[in-house]
Write a new protein. Sequence first.
Length: 494
Amino acid sequence: MPSDISAISGSRCRRVVVWLIPLVWTLGLGLWGLSRQDSVWRDEAATWQVAGRSAGEIWAMLANVDAVHGLYYLLMHCLFDAFGASTTTLRLPSVLAVSAAAACVALIGRRLAGFWAGLGGGLTLGLLPAVQFYLQEGRPYALVAAGVGLSTLLLVSLLERGPGRRAWPRWAAYGIAVLVCALLNWLSLLVLPAHAATLGWVRAGRRTWLRWAAYGSGAVAGALPLILFSRRQSEQVSWIPPLSWTVLIGPGILLAIGGLAAWAGRAGRAGRADRRTLSVAAVGLPLLAVPQLGLIGVSLVQPLFQDRYVLFSMAGLALLIGAALGAAVRACALRLPRAAGLVVPGLIGVSVLTLLPVELDKRAPASRIDDVLAVAGEVAGLKRDGDAVLFVPAARRDTALVSPGAFGGLADVALAASPAASATLKGEEEGPERIRAALLGQRRVLLVTDSEQVAKAPSADRDKAKAAVLREHFAVVADRQVRGRRVTVYERRG
């Protein structure tokens, strides 16, 4: 009897440890260097400045721009209200979300291939380079990954239990998880064909197919108004380049790694290879491949391929790598039983050391294209009361919206209506002639723009007017470039 109790206790302990260790491990990775040396780049600056608005102002803005991120902005608005605006408030939700996703991966791996496969997969997720980038990003993609991890875990539990009358709460939770992910980024609906591939792989029964179709369709129907409305704002993604061979290299490498990991861990649970068996390959391969291939297919119609839109597919890759690690433990146990428990910790440790340059790079300001806080510091040091300030392009006004104190005393002479008043991200500017007239009345002007490495020639007429007036009537007296941005001080000639 005591031995039975000990066995039960040990089993429960392993069930907790298998998800708790990956959760704490990923949380530690996320908290390491969270502020990125007090830097915030342009994508995060959009979150920061919108979260600082009132709920009514956010709602008004969504009618014009960024409707696809509406739910995320409202969530961040609540967090900024509760905890204040800071890099910690900005990024901690992503850290917690990826940690939750790692726990889900661990639980799925344990169910399908045992303790070590679950532990290895959960520890792997936070180490993947793409995940490390968005682990500390003030954008919604990590939250989507957590939701997809939860929906996949629910689907696996439903397939294991089989159809039953008491299954509807889990199916309802599944549908809600898919819907919330879609409201955060509707391209996450690519998880549904991935789950359909899993159902086909294991030859799920008719009742399971019908329930999946019903709850999945409910999630699509709930997200459909957002999808249709956000399509009216498609000019926001007009900058995404068409598909090319260089774009496809990344997905190709990921699929190759996933295929190799699936082959290495093909023994699955109890060493069975039956096609009907619910295995890591049946769940992980579709979760990795289908969203990647689906987004490539969508991009043939309209260029949309960005790896962050399918970040959640990395959970599939982590599952497959975890299964391969579990297979390595089993192989070691046959020859060196005492060393088997060191396989996963040892390989994870080696991976950490091997990826250390990547880990350090992702936590450095240089890992992003620019830094709105750094350029605000330069403005604060160069400005004089009564100076004018210009932004080229107008989107570079984000630095003033994130750090308004640094721009105190400066006249934004091109601005006709603030971003909040105009319900836009960057505000509305005057026409070229009014901008020209306003500049000619100034003695000193600070120009905030991109650094030489990333700057593009002005395309908007108002930006061309700004450049022409500065070139013809002003002289450069100071020039600073820092972390992808540039501040140039002009003084009126004569």
